[in-house]
Design a protein around this ligand. Structure first.
Ligand code: IPM
Ligand code: MG
Length: 358
């Protein structure tokens, strides 16, 4: 029997609600599969922990997570604590030391979900965004001096390294190669940013030579937003810098119908530390505690986690259950225009998993 240790961290806002739903569905996946077990350990890190201890997680937090096979993460962010404190204190404080440098964001229009694009009914929009997750605009390098004075100065320095760009390009080309269309778009802004982004383009071309069977093109980020809206079917896999992909992935989620269903995986491809799986939606304080958070993004990211662990049949079974549930508008939560609750959607996915005859 294969056993995996999972760190479950709800974090802030609706995070604990959706992670509880995810753990519940994963337990049914285990039951249904019979070939593996999941051993969950809960972590209470996040903004409440910060209010008690003055830090979002213990100083050795990232190290405590190393012994797990994967991390299931809810959300981080609270209205009364600055976002850069919560984010850098927890999420980035985990992603960076555990070197989860590839952030993977699949986007598809699931059955029953309506895209705001009038010509998209489903298959025309099936993308994976690969976001560089360790450097670039989120390097955390910079500083601020002479606070409050007229001569105040502030700097955020975007760092790109040859090693960092090379590894994300290789990851993206490999991922594109594994998809039926073998098609990759490299997003850039080398017309305006003439140092790092020019190196980014050069390394993309070098790495492309290692993947002769992948068709690739290069697109300026501003033009990419237009292409995503106007010609979604011409896109398959996308690789972009940390900030560019952050922005494009919100657009992608909206075009696929809702941010409430978008998943993400922070992957350490070398597997020398655990990877972290989370819904993209964030803490959503306006609906916290109301029982109406959409758990679909968490189920989808849980399926990505199963796949990463090597449990592909279980991952596929979970996604089929998710699709059976999204197909029924009576099971849509308010973010999708419906009236269903987190409980109802979770029960429906668990029931679909139990009923699956494959
Ligand atoms: C995301 C989010 C985060 C990011 C926020 C919460 C800082 O927008 O995961 O896309 O920019 O990385
Ligand atoms: Mg974002």
């Amino acid at each position: 029997m294969r056993n995996y240790r999972i760190a479950a961290m709800g974090g802030d806002g609706i995070g604990p609600e959706v992670i509880a739903a995810g753990v519940e569905a994963l337990r049914v996946c285990v039951e249904r599969d019979g070939g593996f077990t999941l051993d969950f350990t809960d972590f209470d890190w996040g903004s409440d922990y910060y209010r008690k201890h003055g830090v979002m997680m213990p100083a050795d937090g990232a190290d405590q997570l190393r012994k797990f096979d994967a991390i299931l993460f809810g959300a981080v962010g609270a209205p009364d604590i600055p976002d850069h404190v919560t984010l850098w204190g927890l999420r980035l404080a985990i992603c960076q030391p555990l070197d989860q440098y590839a952030n993977v964001r699949p986007t598809r229009v699931l059955p029953g979900i309506t895209s705001p694009l009038r010509n998209v009914t489903g298959p025309e929009l099936d993308w994976v965004i690969v976001r560089e997750n360790s450097e670039g605009e989120y390097s955390g390098v910079g500083g601020r001096a002479h606070r409050g004075l007229p001569i105040e100065v502030a700097q955020d320095v975007s760092i790109m390294t040859r090693a960092g760009v090379q590894r994300i390009m290789r990851y993206a080309f490999r991922l594109a190669q594994g998809r039926p269309r073998k098609l990759l778009t490299v997003v850039t802004k080398s017309n305006a940013q003439r140092h790092a982004m020019v190196m980014w383009d050069e390394i993309a071309a070098e790495v492309a030579a290692e993947f002769p069977d992948v068709t690739w093109d290069k697109m300026l980020v501003d033009a990419m937003t237009m292409r995503m809206v106007i010609k979604p079917g011409t896109i398959d896999t996308i690789v972009a810098s940390n900030l560019h992909a952050d922005i494009l992935s919100d657009l992608a989620a909206a075009l696929a119908g809702s941010l409430g269903i978008a998943p993400t995986a922070n992957i350490n491809p070398e597997r020398d530390a655990p990877s972290m799986f989370e819904p993209i939606h964030g803490s959503a304080f306006d609906i916290t505690g109301k029982g109406i958070a959409n758990p679909i993004a968490t189920f989808w990211t849980a399926a990505m986690m199963l796949e990463h662990l090597g449990e592909k049949p279980a991952a596929e079974r979970l996604m089929r259950a998710v699709e059976r549930v999204t197909a029924d508008p009576a099971l849509h939560t308010p973010d999708l225009g419906g009236k269903a609750t987190t409980r109802q959607v979770t029960d429906a996915v668990c029931a679909a998993l139990r009923a699956a005859n494959d």
